[in-house]
Write a protein that binds this ligand. Structure first.
Ligand SMILES: [Zn+2]
Length: 193
């Protein structure tokens, strides 16, 4: 059953579950809190108190993102085939810009990310990207391909990114907003443009 706590001005719904884990952990799901405790451990209040400011910041930020997601427009007319054509042409363009070589580009519906890059130089692209504006698709493909030069998200990585996308911080924020817009559309289908 869902319970509630109040942290400053914020009311947070939470649920406590016990699982076979070593350490307690906190997860934020759609703006609510899930407290995962190791079996036999019951003091959820202690851990919630200890991480109160983390919960506050995380929940506020996700709620803001979800709120903004209601105002984003999706590109519903783009087909899977059109997305593939666009991505493949971007891969070709960025390959010569970055001096890298991609082996294969795979497309599938992914539940946690827009794209990924493997050590075998394969890109996997989330087909849900088709709903996003072109500039965000450009960014995702470029980002994944920069991983062929820099594996980690360190300073070097962001330096390369910023040469092409100086506003990359804003773009990343917009991408997380769109994540919720797209999820809402897939789950409820009652999208109004
Ligand atoms: Zn990355």
């Amino acid at each position: 059953m869902d319970k509630k706590i109040k942290i400053h001005d914020l009311e947070v719904k939470y649920r406590v579950v016990q699982r076979k884990v070593k350490y307690a952990r906190l997860e934020i799901k759609k703006g609510d809190l899930l407290v995962v405790l190791p079996e036999g451990y019951h003091d959820h209040e202690k851990i919630m108190k200890k991480h109160q400011s983390w919960i506050y910041n995380k929940v506020s930020s996700i709620r803001n993102t979800i709120e903004s997601s209601k105002y984003k427009k999706l590109k519903l007319e783009r087909s899977d085939g059109e997305l593939k054509d666009l991505v493949n042409s971007l891969v070709e363009k960025f390959s010569s810009e970055l001096g890298v070589k991609v082996n294969n580009v795979f497309f599938r519906k992914m539940k946690t990310r827009w794209g990924s890059c493997s050590s075998r130089k394969n890109l996997t692209i989330n087909t849900l990207l088709k709903y996003l504006p072109d500039n965000l698709i450009h960014y995702v493909i470029f980002h994944e391909m920069v991983h062929l030069i820099e594996w980690n998200h360190g300073q070097k990585f962001w330096n390369i990114i910023s040469k092409k996308f100086s506003d990359y911080q804003k773009i990343r924020e917009t991408l997380s907003i769109y994540w919720f817009t797209v999820q809402d559309y897939i789950e409820n289908g009652d999208y109004h443009n």
